[in-house]
Design a protein around this ligand. Structure first.
Ligand SMILES: O=C(O)C(=O)C[C@@H](O)[C@H](O)[C@H](O)COP(=O)(O)O
Length: 370
């Protein structure tokens, strides 16, 4: 079982290979990229326990050194970034070598950023082990770490040389992580493909239940959409911002919850998408039923949908809007949002009156404490 989605970026083009047995067959996939038979692998502790031996066995005669880092969003920070870069230097990783990021979005983003700056740029391969990383963060070259001021605020665009999305590893994912990744899958339907959203309404339960053909389709369609957008706007001058649907709310909520496991990134994306549709509807941009349909599907999948689903304290409306002000889409001091005219019809706008935004957040906060 295998599909290949090309990411067409001229000299920086690469393939996203999606299927089974890719880790076991890693040598065949990666060897053509190598100048010498040696790679450096960075993984988190959980993923290393589950998949590092299989990857090393799959690399066959290719020598490997490995670094493991703690699991969790807290690892996307300066201390772990410094540790990673210094370890790669200690291992004498050369400019023509390949660094492998084995893990979810945290490891992919951190290692990609380390690769971007090491010796002014070494190549890296993404082996994403979560649904979220397979459909989203491993593709497109956004790399980076979080700052106290906000999510992903320090980073670089650095494209991988290859992405190996092995669907077999999804079997070891805890349900919560799988569903968090599903937040990004839904995002693609919502932002640009209403038929895909219809398909998800019909088949996502089977996909979540383990149906491999459905998983292949969902990952492939998500990656195709991302690859197509990234190919026309690699550095987010315009259309790429569509991929940020739900993220303005999400990043503020992640900062407000301290990047802790109170809220996983994909959970924040799902809540953010629901709020973006709510905001669109209040602005008279999309039909009344669109936000209800989004929320109904997320609820049917057993996902977090609203601020009421986040445990513990949250700051008030003004503080949340203040956190949004660090968003990378801010232009001339003005927030830009991804809103929608309907399911599959997202667009970018800065025309969001503060009082309407505040109204959406006020009401969502009120639903936490009826
Ligand atoms: O690749 C993109 O572009 C995206 O916006 C995809 C997002 O799902 C992803 O979380 C991304 O890392 C967020 O980007 P950011 O620029 O808002 O930090």
């Amino acid at each position: 079982m295998r599909e290949i989605v090309p990411v067409e970026l001229g000299a920086r083009s690469y393939e996203v290979r999606i299927g089974t047995g890719l880790i076991e067959g890693a040598a065949v996939e990666i060897a053509p990229l190598l100048r010498r038979p040696r790679v450096a692998i960075v993984a988190d502790e959980t993923v290393a326990r589950l998949h590092l031996d299989a990857l090393r066995a799959g690399l066959g005669g290719i020598e490997s050194v490995a670094l493991t880092l703690p699991a969790g969003e807290g690892t996307k920070s300066w201390p772990h970034f410094t540790r990673t870069v210094e370890w790669l230097l200690e291992q004498k990783v050369e400019r023509k070598d390949i660094v492998i990021a084995l893990g979810g979005g945290v490891i992919g983003d951190l290692v990609g950023f380390a690769a971007a700056v090491l010796r002014r740029g070494v190549r890296f391969v993404q082996i994403p082990t979560t649904l979220l990383a397979q459909v989203d963060s491993s593709v497109g070259g956004k790399t980076g770490i979080n700052a106290p001021q906000g999510k992903n605020l320090i980073g670089a665009f650095h494209q991988p040389s290859l992405v190996l999305a092995d669907l077999g590893v999804l079997e070891t994912l805890p349900k919560r992580d799988f569903l968090a990744g599903y937040g990004e899958v839904v995002k693609y339907g919502l932002l640009g493909d209403a038929e895909f959203f219809d398909w998800l309404e019909a088949y996502a339960p089977a996909m979540a239940g383990g149906d491999l053909d459905k998983r292949l389709h969902a990952v492939k369609r998500s990656v195709e959409m991302k690859a197509e957008i990234v190919a026309r706007d690699e550095t987010e001058e315009g259309d790429r911002a569509l991929l940020n649907l739900g993220h303005t709310f999400c990043h503020a909520l992640e900062a407000a919850t301290g990047y802790s496991d109170r809220l996983l990134h994909g959970e924040g994306v799902a809540i953010g998408c629901a709020l973006a549709f709510e905001l669109s509807q209040r602005l008279g941009l999309c039909p009344q039923e669109a936000p209800s349909r989004v929320r109904a599907h997320l609820r049917a999948m057993g996902m977090k949908v609203d601020l009421a689903d986040i445990e513990g304290d949250l700051p008030g409306t003004d503080a949340l809007i203040e956190l949004m002000a660090q968003d990378k889409k801010v232009l001339d001091g003005k927030l830009r949002f991804i809103l929608a005219r309907g399911i599959g019809q997202a667009f970018v706008t800065s025309e969001v009156p503060r009082e309407v935004l505040a109204g959406v957040i006020d009401d969502a906060l009120a639903r936490r404490d009826p």
